[in-house]
Design a protein around this ligand. Sequence first.
Ligand SMILES: [Zn+2]
Length: 446
Amino acid sequence: MNYQMEFKRWAILNRRQDPLRYDFAYSGRFGLLLLLVCLLWPAALAQADSPTLDQNEPFVYTVQTDDTLIFIALKYNLNMADIAVANHLRNPGLILPGQQLILPGISPISNPESAERIGEQLHTVQPGETIGSIANIYYATPDDVIALNNLSNPDLLQVGQTLKVPVIQPPLSDPLTWPFIGVTLSEPTIIQGRTLVARVSLAEEATAVVGDFEGQPVFFYRSSGAVYWGIVAIHALIKPNVYQLHLTATMPDGQIFSHAENVKVMEGPYDSEAILLDGSRAELLQTELIQEEREKLAALWSQITPRPLWDGPFWFPIAEDAPRVTSAFGTRRSYNDSSDLSFHAGTDFGGGVGEPLYAPAGGIVVLAEPLMVRGNAVLIDHGMGLFSGYWHQSEIVVTPGQHVEPGDLIGYEGDTGLVTGPHLHWEFRLNGIAVDPLQWTRESIP
Ligand SMILES: [Zn+2]
């Protein structure tokens, strides 16, 4: 159950937050797409315990049914290319169940467990469940469940079958103490890549309420009286586990009070693909211009407007009869050239050059200019740390500083920047972390 530290969470997450890595995912013009492997999300991230190992001995890993190289690399915090080299894999996209892989450079991980197993219970298999989904419910790995039940063929579960499952004791949320009188989360268990809403009620008004979720600062807005809400980005690659949202209230007399609330995170149902690129494309990833573009955007979305500028669900950025989602948010993507274990940071819409693009909600335009990778780009600040981006436009019709309302024309779909064809890449950033845009169209947040 060493989920937590094996991920070396925040340092790695920050590395993966690199917007460039996400964005290159669809820009095949400069490279040769040799291989595209799409597998249904297998819950493989949680599949095996992280071993404690003697550094002198190579660790041999047996490929599981649903594994891909990116999952194995993610699981053990390794560079996919290093695994490929160590095992002389000519095609890292093709690994087979039962195949043995040396995992290079793996070192013992000291892992304080945040969730301790305290016993067993029974679970009755429901329609549609898999070993992976059942394991998720109990914060176990599929291997745990397989071992507990001596399952010889875990792919053959019967509806109504009873399985032993581990009982774990997650860290308890703090009991509420003054001035905290209520803390609620929008979802008791949240899926990777989603936006979580936290509501905090205090006994009396504070001068400030802030949160910290795995290093992510969360600003809280006072909606009425002493009631506050904040939005938390759940990173699309964060390990499923029980985490804590640390809240701090500063009272008018200067006293500071804190409260920790548990946040359960489950895996998202994201597809996976492995992509092999040629060398020239990989070189391009390193140029200073690209680095500058990344930093420019990061500097913009780190500026928090401390109030919501939107109201209600977001509209689609493209006409109702036009949108075709051509690439979903969250798809895991791995590349041959480096440790770029990444995911698709936005939702892609097809359509065609010249398709009008609209502001989905109220906000302020903070960027409207051509960029090298993202092409003609618009970035809108919606407040509370939330930004929406519109890349690859053929034409931009807004200017920085401009207020927009839902339905305002901002530009036209195009194929500028590093793209294989015309599309809109619609990207949401919350506190710098990419979150699923479509959640915001379906739900009225907060
Ligand atoms: Zn995209």
